[in-house]
Design a protein. Structure first.
Length: 94
């Protein structure tokens, strides 16, 4: 299972990820849309190969202040969430 490149877990009412997912060294795309995540899954910071994280449709209210750690090498879709502002660290980045 370490060689999976994409995982689609959309619509499963999950709200957290198991630590074992960080061992998936080839995972590039993780679709967690339409679940029950209320916080950004920072466990994804440990996933160096991850380039696309889909969180749309989750009741996430805010992004972590250090979201740049993920955005430096990946794409996050957080449309249709409860997020109404970006962290100041992201707004001030150059």
């Amino acid at each position: 299972m370490e060689t999976l490149e994409e995982i689609f877990l959309s619509g499963n009412e999950i709200n957290s990820l198991p630590l074992e997912i960080t061992k998936m060294s080839e995972l590039h795309r993780l679709n967690l849309s339409n679940n029950q995540f209320t916080e950004f899954p920072t466990i994804t910071y440990e996933m160096d190969s991850l380039r696309s994280l889909i969180l749309s449709g989750n009741p996430i209210k805010r992004l972590p202040d250090d979201i740049d750690r993920f955005l430096a090498h990946g794409y996050v879709d957080f449309t249709h969430t409860l997020i109404d502002s970006l962290p100041q660290s992201y707004v001030n980045r150059k």
